[in-house]
Design a protein around this ligand. Structure first.
Ligand code: ZN
Length: 273
């Protein structure tokens, strides 16, 4: 069984503010080590549960956060940016299941550490087929297009609730209880990593024993509506072929498949910079 660990940073143990996840800030060096340890716990759990291959997709910032020199030797690391499938790089490589590590809730969620959707400076709202979506639903739908179910998510209680809205049987490991956007009660990393290890082992062994979680498959063609923070961003994104301008800050585009919609979304956000 091949497991994809799709990793972000805002939902990593102890993270509560941008300084923790910004490579330009000194605090980042502490938290990338903790991120690596959270990810290692998931690797160890997945292997103990029966995974024979573990591929990690480093999905935060420029995808160069995880310290390869500290990585569990069972894993392989997809790192660097841009890669074809970005936060779920490797979803198309024959993975049997995915675990999302260090995730955060979508923009506008109360009591959610660093809630945002893809870009905290550009994206005001995002809809997938008329449903508000954050990074969990978006990336889970890309995995789903390749038949890959998401078995587990780690982060705060709010991303856990958001994940269950998309995949009711997903296993959520809550490493912190958010009390705002920049405040949370956190488990110490060792305690959080124990839960991550046990969770990963359980979901992988359940999968191998036949308790299946359905891949998240969204209806096609896929329509995405993207509301930017500023009109200038929509001015630029509207240059994308097939992109419709709905109002000052909002564009919409339709693609034949979820992976194509994901590409179009990322192109629109990149153009909007
Ligand atoms: Zn991130």
């Amino acid at each position: 069984m091949k497991v994809l660990l799709a990793c972000d940073m805002e939902g990593i143990s102890g993270v509560v503010c941008w300084d923790h996840v910004n490579p330009e800030h000194a605090e980042y060096q502490r938290f990338r080590r903790i991120m690596t340890a959270d990810v290692n716990a998931a690797v160890q759990g997945a292997v103990a549960g029966g995974a024979t291959e573990v591929l990690i997709a480093d999905g935060h910032w420029n995808s160069t956060n995880i310290l390869i020199e500290e990585l569990d030797p069972h894993a392989r690391l997809a790192t660097g940016s841009p890669s074809p499938l970005s936060m779920v790089q490797g979803a198309d490589s024959g993975a049997d299941a995915a675990l999302f590590i260090g995730y955060h809730a979508r923009i506008g969620t109360p009591n959610a550490v660093l809630d945002h959707t893809w870009s905290s400076t550009r994206v005001a709202n995002l809809w997938l087929n008329d449903r508000l979506v954050g990074e969990f639903g978006l990336n889970a739908a890309v995995c789903g297009a390749f038949g890959v179910p998401v078995l587990m998510v780690t982060g705060d209680q709010s991303v856990a609730a958001e994940a269950r809205e998309w995949i009711p049987s997903v296993h959520a490991v809550e490493v912190k209880q958010a009390a705002g956007r920049m405040a949370a009660t956190c488990l110490p990393p060792q305690a959080a990593q124990d839960l991550i290890r046990k969770g990963a082992q359980k979901v992988v062994s359940n999968h191998l024993q036949g308790t299946r979680v359905e891949p998240l498959r969204v209806a096609t063609p896929v329509t995405m509506r993207l509301e930017f923070m500023y009109t200038l961003m929509a001015d630029k994104a509207a240059m994308l072929p097939g992109c419709k301008r709905l109002d000052g800050r909002t564009v919409e585009f339709t693609a034949g498949s979820m992976p194509d919609a994901y590409m179009a979304f990322r192109a629109a956000v990149t153009l909007g910079a």
